[in-house]
Design a protein around this ligand. Structure first.
Ligand code: NAD
Ligand code: DAU
Length: 350
């Protein structure tokens, strides 16, 4: 019986990873550790919350003592670490929160794992989930490879880069059995509507302006979130200790082109005249330090572990838009802040 700690499991990607592990590995005990910041939403896991192999731990990874206590109490065999402050714009207004959670929080987990596993390192695994933003920005051509030099530009990417370095340092210095991945932009159900795709779906729904940063010419490589969760499963189980794997969709879109596709699909789904939603596009001041282009080469993951994305973007974006339209209550709870009360109702008085 393996005990797996998943941090940040109430967030966007974490909730898909928790669901996949709870459903696919009934012989594992899955512990979802989350502080429930504004980005953590236990509604995301309603379908698995009563399963016997699912457990929720409300805790802050910045609290180092608490991490030691939890590792001692539950004797985790593996960690999949996703908890982070994840939104670039918030990192520009409040960098220190990103240093605390993304850097200090990660080092706290590394320390707890190192201490708890000191006599049995070989059978353990610490998986750190990171981002392609650590590699910086590409020009019009080229790709990020696993050995591309780090060149972060935002406080978010700088904090993730720092955490990646600490994870590798704990492997090289203390022999901690780590594995890492760096993934491109995710999209899909349950993403907090501060990120481009869910924000714009919600704004189109309410006929609100669509704030396009700069000229909308920045390029991102989009991957459906369930494909990221599948990659995490494969790397957690079969990735080589000490290695890094890039994960991406080979699916580059200029922001403005992606936004126009979303507007078209939304017009269709909402029964609006074609072209209605595009009129909401509003060009606004560019994001400070805005990276021009991200593009991932995930050839290593494909060659060594056989992972490829399962969904074409056209299908993924339709599924995503349909999900948000069919789950308007989820969007309304999130935008009104009601979801924050769910933990109290569901867990505190049990
Ligand atoms: P998210 O913001 O949706 O979720 C983050 C989760 O972490 C939330 O549930 C939040 O409550 C929790 N959390 C935050 N601070 C915490 C703390 N101090 N202690 C405990 N829990 C805390 O993020 P996401 O988009 O799901 O990203 C998850 C991970 O994947 C992050 O590490 C991020 O850097 C990485 N990543 C994200 C993307 C993307 O496109 N979203 C792409 C590549 C990598
Ligand atoms: O590349 C992986 C990263 O992708 C993850 O590590 C981050 O956690 C995740 O937030 C995401 O970062 P981005 O900055 O690329 O995502 P975001 O959705 O914030 O923005 C996508 C693009 O859209 C980017 O070029 C900025 C632009 N944008 C974004 C918002 C929110 C706009 O033009 N207008 C907006 O309102």
């Amino acid at each position: 019986m393996k005990k797996i700690l998943i941090t940040g499991g109430a967030g966007f990607i974490g909730s898909h990873v928790v669901r996949l592990f709870v459903n696919n590995y009934p012989d594992y005990q899955i512990f979802n550790l989350d502080k429930l910041t504004y980005a953590g939403n236990l509604f995301n896991l309603k379908d698995v919350e009563n399963k016997p192999n699912y457990h929720f731990l409300k805790a802050d990874i910045v609290d180092g003592e608490k991490m030691f206590e939890l590792f001692a109490a539950h004797q985790f065999d593996g960690v999949i670490h996703l908890a982070a402050e994840s939104h670039v714009d918030r990192s520009i207004s409040n960098p220190m929160e990103f240093v605390m959670t993304n850097v200090i929080g990660t080092v706290n987990l590394l320390n707890a794992a190192r201490h708890q596993w000191k006599d049995a390192m070989e059978s353990k695994r610490f998986y750190h989930v990171s981002t392609d933003e650590v590699y910086g920005s590409l020009g019009e051509t080229g790709y990020f490879y696993e050995n591309t030099a780090y060149d972060p530009h935002s406080p978010y990417s700088a904090s993730k880069a720092s955490s990646d370095h600490f994870v590798r340092a704990y492997h090289d210095t203390f022999g901690l059995p780590v594995v890492l991945s760096n993934c491109s932009n995710n999209y899909g159900p349950n993403q907090f509507p501060e990120k481009l795709i869910p924000l714009f779906i919600n704004n189109i729904r309410h006929n609100k302006p669509l704030p396009v940063y700069g000229k909308g010419e920045n390029v991102r490589d989009w991957l459906y979130v369930v494909d990221h969760a599948r990659a995490i499963d494969v790397i957690f189980h079969r990735g080589k200790t000490g290695q890094t794997y890039n994960i991406g969709g080979h699916n580059e879109w200029k922001n403005i082109d992606l936004i126009k596709v979303m507007c078209r699909v939304m017009d269709e789904k909402l029964g609006r005249t074609l072209g209605t939603s595009e009129q909401l596009i509003t060009y606004v001041k560019d994001r400070a330090g805005h990276d021009l282009r991200y593009a991932i080469d995930s050839g290593k993951l494909q060659r060594e572990l056989g992972w490829v994305p399962s969904l074409q973007f056209e299908e993924g974006i339709r599924l995503t838009i349909e999900w948000y339209l069919q789950n308007q209550q989820w969007l309304d709870e999130v935008t009104s802040g009601n979801y924050l009360k769910y933990y109290e109702q569901q867990y505190v008085n049990r």
